[in-house]
Design a protein around this ligand. Structure first.
Ligand SMILES: C[S@@+](CC[C@H](N)C(=O)[O-])C[C@H]1O[C@@H](n2cnc3c(N)ncnc32)[C@H](O)[C@@H]1O
Length: 279
């Protein structure tokens, strides 16, 4: 089933990725009850709707203008590891580690991050364990370095510049949390690749009627480009500090998995500009 799924979607297959995804699928099925991870639990659906879906949404980005070389990525609300784990496995095993240097997997649910620790122990024997970091926290509270330690003490290379998020509800909310994260961690510009239904994405702009995934046309994709997310001002807590203005915009939108069923992923830019300095 894995070989067939890869072939149908023109993905590079080898036996190593095949056996690791098989282990992943078996572990997900056997642990699902204990951790309440996903409603998708038939082997065929796990391959199509979790593994291949996770890989394809990102493959489209690789064919765009956005540079996808040696990225530090954070998968926000990763759940049982989607899309982050299939992506790093595919990049490392099938694409010579071209695109991903580090994958942070973040989920606020401890049961899910416990599952991820066990999973990574099982599947990463041939991989560099340091390339995958698991965080049990809420995105809006996560600090990459302790409060008070100045930016120059941090290995900045480890702070993500690309965020991924799949099936995490209203993207405007995800962007709000990313705003808070980049403000806390003094980042300036990041991208978010959001995997989700067009109707969920359009809610950012207005209350347009829900559009089924299989109705997504080229025109819909064109319309998404350039859509702005409401500008947010973040005030410092207490006296002193820097007020920042955070802006978001859709750079590109992709339709994928058309041979099986239609899905879209959308690339946002999110910038954080310091605006007012208080004494
Ligand atoms: C519907 S699941 C999606 C899981 C996975 N991305 C997928 O596609 O299968 C949403 C996940 O987001 C996590 N989550 C929700 N709010 C969060 C936050 N503020 N920070 C980190 N994780 C969060 C939840 O615990 C849950 O596991």
């Amino acid at each position: 089933m894995i070989i067939k799924g890869f072939e149908m979607n023109e993905l590079t297959y080898n036996d190593q990725i095949g056996s690791i995804l098989e282990l992943y699928s078996e572990f997900l099925i056997s642990e699902n009850k204990k951790y309440n991870l996903t409603r998708i639990i038939s082997p065929q659906d796990i391959i199509d709707k979790h593994f291949i879906d996770s890989i394809l949404g990102y493959e489209k980005l690789k064919n765009s203008n956005f540079s996808t070389k040696q990225l530090v990525i954070m998968d926000v609300g990763t759940g049982a590891g989607f899309p982050g784990i299939p992506l790093i496995l595919y990049d490392w095993i099938c694409n010579n580690k071209i695109s991903i240097r580090k994958m942070h997997l973040l989920d606020s649910n401890k049961k899910k991050t416990d599952f991820l620790h066990s999973l990574v122990n099982i599947i990463s024997s041939d991989l560099d364990r340091d390339a995958i970091m698991i965080h049990n926290d809420r995105l809006e509270n996560l600090r990459f370095y302790p409060k008070g330690i100045k930016k120059f003490n941090v290995n900045l290379k480890e702070v993500p510049t690309l965020f991924l998020s799949r099936a995490t509800g209203d993207p405007e909310k995800v962007i709000k949390y990313i705003n808070q994260f980049i403000h806390l961690n003094e980042s300036e510009e990041v991208r978010l690749l959001y995997y989700g239904a067009l109707s969920t994405i359009l809610k950012i702009k207005s209350d347009k009627k829900a559009i089924e995934d299989n109705e997504v046309s080229d025109n819909h994709l064109k319309k998404l480009k350039g859509l702005k997310v409401p500008v947010r001002q973040i005030q410092p807590k207490g006296i002193g500090g820097i007020t920042t203005t955070v802006k978001g915009e859709i750079l590109d939108a992709y339709r994928f998995s058309e041979k099986n069923y239609t899905r879209i992923s959308v690339l946002y830019s999110i910038t954080n500009a310091p605006s007012v300095i208080f004494d």
